[in-house]
Design a protein around this ligand. Structure first.
Ligand code: AMP
Ligand code: GLY
Length: 415
């Protein structure tokens, strides 16, 4: 089977690595890519959010399946364009991708589906939102649309909340704002492969969103992740499948927009039970990197089953042990990443997988070309063992001002 994979991140590098293990794969081509992907697979530069451009490339390659990694092409309707052209695609159509593209839409679907979530109010008017936020105080302010991880502020008090409303209101995605009850508890990510009707659950995983150790510093796209996350046990995972994933699938089907692809529920485990904070309509980054190392299934078969509506409902098989992925980020990340620094030591890594994100080849050199540069992933029987390997290998890699957290997977314990 000839497959086209869309994306440029370490998530896509991990997906390519896993797809390549499928006996059914004959050729994998990447739309987008980076230096790591280009080392092994042909990479083609196309505008990833353009349906016509992706369709043209898929046709040229005679691709039998297109796997879409990031959210932006999904929200932009690239899956719709491929379907209309008769090309099988893994990933939801735009009407279903609104679960991530609009937080207000996600809340409506949660309400209809009776999915447990934080109390919320929606505002079109900035000044009314600011007044309500000021009165509410400890509240979470969210821009309605896609904001690349910059659309959420957790406020401590009234003045902070009102300031957050005004700041987010200036974003293109901030024309509508959501105010949300502030919840507490550990966070966990649950992802399910979905074929519209049935779902197959990946183990729970956890990412580390803050830049610095002990969850200090600014929010980022994610500084590392581990899987399985013991904070959610097998029964808890099943309950999320039943009470969240299954219900959303039914609502989406009833609305005439069945959800096909990966549905990602970002959850907070509150004292009152799990609450959904957000949906994503694709695999998480960096969670996918350790998840792909754990997954003991044929990823290509899974993607095809979703695209064809023939998924077998189950909990997916995983290897024993755990995986930990440590993100190495550029200096200046997340505010203002400095790019173009030479990366050394990549060839000396052993016993770990290095998935590339913001990297680019420049002659003989590989240089940084994005905020998150690499994810170093290792498996082990225990978190300690996996961490030891990941960190020993990460330490062999060098670039100017390289930043990484030293505590990825350290807090992993049963809830
Ligand atoms: P989201 O993009 O909606 O997942 O929000 C990003 C981050 O903001 C989450 O990972 C949480 O850490 C935090 N957050 C979002 N919603 C809430 C909430 N209702 N209560 C507390 N923290 C939240
Ligand atoms: N790791 C969170 C996300 O992919 O959105």
């Amino acid at each position: 089977m000839k497959v086209l994979l869309l994306g440029t991140g370490a998530r896509e590098h991990a997906l390519a690595w896993k797809l390549q293990q499928s006996p059914r794969l004959t050729r994998l081509t990447v739309a987008g890519g980076n230096a790591g992907l280009a080392q092994r697979w042909e990479c083609r530069a196309v505008p990833l959010d353009s349906g016509p451009a992706v369709v043209a490339l898929a046709r040229e390659l005679a691709a039998e399946l297109v796997v879409i990694g990031p959210e932006a092409p999904l929200v932009a309707g690239v899956a719709d364009a491929l379907k209309a052209a008769g090309i099988a695609v893994f990933g939801p159509v735009a009407a279903a991708a609104r679960l991530e593209g609009s937080k207000a839409f996600a809340k409506e679907v949660m309400e209809k589906s009776q999915v447990p979530t934080a109390r919320w109010e929606l505002f079109d008017d900035l000044e009314r939102a600011a007044a309500r936020a000021e009165a509410w105080g400890a509240v979470v302010v969210k821009a309605d649309g896609l904001a690349a991880g910059k659309g959420v502020v957790v406020a401590d008090d009234g003045p902070q909340a009102a300031a957050a409303v005004r700041a987010l209101g200036t974003l293109p995605s901030g024309k509508r704002l959501l105010l949300e009850e502030r919840l507490t508890g550990p966070e966990v990510s649950v992802m399910a492969f979905c074929d519209g009707e049935r779902y197959a659950l990946l183990p729970a995983s956890q990412d580390h969103k803050r830049l610095l150790d002990a969850d200090l510093g600014p929010n980022t796209g994610g500084m590392g992740a581990y899987a399985p996350a013991p904070v959610l046990d097998a029964r808890g995972l099943e309950a999320v499948g039943r009470d969240v994933i299954a219900r959303v699938l039914r609502t989406m089907t009833a609305a005439g927009t069945p959800f096909q692809g990966v549905l990602y529920a970002g959850l907070m485990l509150t004292p009152q039970g799990p609450r959904v904070l957000e949906f994503n309509v694709r695999l998480g980054d960096p969670e996918t990197q350790p998840l792909m190392m754990q997954l003991d299934e044929d990823l290509l078969e899974l993607c095809v089953a979703c695209a064809e509506g023939k998924l077998e409902a189950r909990t997916l098989k995983v290897h024993s042990g755990v995986s930990v992925g440590v993100v190495l980020a550029a200096r200046g990340y997340p505010e203002k990443p400095v790019l173009g620094d030479e990366i050394s030591g990549l060839e000396s890594v052993t016993g770990a997988q290095v998935f590339h994100a913001g990297t680019r080849r420049e002659g003989e050199k590989v240089v940084t070309s994005g905020g998150r540069v690499l994810t170093v992933c290792a498996r082990g029987d225990t978190f300690e063992a996996a961490r030891d390997v990941a960190y020993a290998q990460a330490a062999k890699i060098r670039f100017e001002g390289m930043q990484y957290r030293r505590d990825i997977g350290k807090g992993a314990r049963p809830g």
